[in-house]
Design a protein around this ligand. Structure first.
Ligand code: ADP
Ligand code: ZN
Ligand code: MG
Length: 487
């Protein structure tokens, strides 16, 4: 988008729901689909006289992300109460971190730019109000009360909607790799608020920002930002001023509208949480977590290039999703070194095509890595051609039971009689048949129209139901045409 004289300044606040088994400050389960108000106890319901106890795993998880995003880790941090009233918040306050977040001053690298991370802090989620059962009543489900969240606040370093989604997808990839969040935006495991202002290109001073709450997909982030950039630019062009507001986004009309004027920190009357002790993170704990961090996407991609000798483009595509990278490595286990590139091609094209078409995750993909490697070996050994392999692959996809022997490509090749013809006598007789049936084309070929060879090869391939080795057909056909006389 070209805004002429103006350019956007963007900062993201992302909430990620942590995959801990129990809640942040009590033993209740964090299970997503439990019946309403069953995962609750006096602590997360905020009954008087109860005391919260911090879940150590939550600290461990936030440290993983903090260390992976180059943050400084605060060795002693505290929790704060953020006070507000809402029906889905029975305590009347949210336990959060305020002026002493555990991680701060990090960055994330995207496509050559560094986006600063101001802070990452721990907090608890609220419950859920449900309005769609009746027009008169609202219901409340408190299962989500106290579910652990971390909030990742970026510096206003993002310069376009495209960069905002790049940052968000990098962050999503990272939390999934670190195994701390499932990254599911539809289910709300990852929620994004965007802050956006517009300023004159030649000015150093930032404009007044608006915050758009709860954008639950990459598309909504892009569309909301684009709309808001246009709206704010128009306000400024008319000589007006942008009002500091909190906005909501409507995906249907693709427009934003004001929710409320922006509350300030003092509206929340933050104060240190008196019921929780300080969080201590010593060097030993930091070192331990650092040494146990899983291989991250860039490192994995680098290793793939070295270990499998595949182009870095392939390595990057394959490592986007940790589970796909694992699948690829599984396939590689079953094939020879010479077929690693073929394995990469199969995963990047045929496997990803099916995942896209059927909106599947690789975890739900029907062909196991072992069977795909057997298929690749059949091609490498010259037993089937690439085209036949596609046919076999389509058959494999029809078998929905992963353990079914019938999904084994060797079984399919045998049953459907698809083995490539290596017997040249058989190919030869097919060639002779085609030569006899196409005297005109043969004549023209002999008179110099060499491109007709392809036509004749095609006919022979068809005659052998695609089972002949195309190279053998090509060679034999040339030889036979050279010596054959037309009858
Ligand atoms: P607030 O006090 O309104 O909460 P913060 O300074 O805490 O604002 O910043 C919240 C988010 O807004 C951060 O992600 C930050 O990068 C971003 N931000 C701050 N100032 C601007 C601005 N002028 N334009 C766009 N984003 C901004
Ligand atoms: Zn509880
Ligand atoms: Mg703030």
């Amino acid at each position: 988008m070209d805004n002429g004289k103006y350019e956007p300044v963007i900062g993201l606040e992302v909430h990620a729901q942590m995959k801990t088994k129990s809640k942040a400050f009590c033993k209740c389960s964090t299970e997503y689909n439990a019946p309403p108000n069953t995962n609750v106890c006096p602590v997360c319901l905020g009954h008087p006289g109860t005391l919260p106890v911090l879940n150590k795993n939550l600290v461990e998880f936030i440290l993983r992300l903090g260390l992976a995003t180059n943050c400084t880790i605060r060795d002693r941090s505290i929790f704060a109460r953020k006070n507000y009233f809402y029906p889905d918040l029975p305590k009347g306050y949210q336990i959060s971190q305020y002026d002493q977040p555990v991680c701060y001053d990090g960055y994330l690298e995207i496509e050559g730019s560094k986006i600063g991370i101001t802070r990452i802090h721990m907090e608890e989620d609220s419950g859920k109000s449900i309005h769609d059962f009746s027009t008169d009543d609202s219901l409340v489900d408190l299962n989500r009360c106290g579910v652990p969240l971390i909030e990742i606040v970026s510096e206003p370093d993002i310069k376009s909607p495209k960069q905002a989604t790049e940052y968000l997808s990098k962050l999503k990839q990272l939390v999934v790799y670190l195994d701390i969040c499932d990254g599911n935006m539809e289910e709300g495991s990852l929620r994004c608020d965007v802050n956006i202002s517009v300023k004159a290109k030649d000015s150093k001073k930032f404009g007044t920002k608006c915050e758009i709450k709860n954008l639950n997909s990459f598309k909504n982030v892009t569309d909301a930002l684009e709309y808001e950039i246009k709206r704010q630019t128009e306000v400024l062009e008319k000589g007006g001023g942008v009002i500091h507001q909190t906005m909501t986004y409507d995906a249907k009309s693709k427009t934003t509208s004001p929710m409320r004027s922006k509350e300030e920190a003092h509206d929340y009357r933050y104060f240190p949480e008196p019921d929780l002790v300080r969080v201590f993170v010593d060097q030993e704990w930091k070192n331990k977590i650092k040494s146990e961090l899983p291989e991250l996407p860039e490192q994995k991609a680098e290793r793939f290039v070295k270990q499998y000798k595949i182009p870095s483009y392939d390595a990057e595509v394959l490592t986007q999703d940790r589970a796909i990278a694992d699948y690829f490595e599984n396939v590689c286990k079953g094939v020879g070194e010479k077929s690693f590139k073929a394995a990469s091609n199969w995963v990047m094209t045929e496997v990803m095509r099916v995942l896209n078409e059927e909106k599947l995750e690789i975890a739900d993909f029907r062909i196991n890595g072992k069977n795909l490697s057997i298929l690749i070996n059949l091609i490498a050994e010259g037993k089937i051609s690439n085209n036949i392999a596609k046919e076999v692959y389509a058959e494999m996809l029809k078998i929905t039971d992963l353990s079914d022997e019938k999904q084994n490509p060797e079984f399919i090749v045998k049953e459907k009689n698809l083995l490539q013809l290596t017997d040249s006598a058989e190919i030869e007789s097919a060639i002779k048949k085609i030569i006899n049936e196409n005297p005109n084309e043969v004549k023209r070929y002999k008179n110099g129209e060499t491109k007709l060879l392809g036509f004749l090869v095609g006919k022979v391939m068809k005659e052998t139901s695609g089972k002949a080795n195309p190279k053998t057909v090509n060679d034999l056909l040339k030889q036979i045409l050279l010596i054959s006389n037309l009858r």
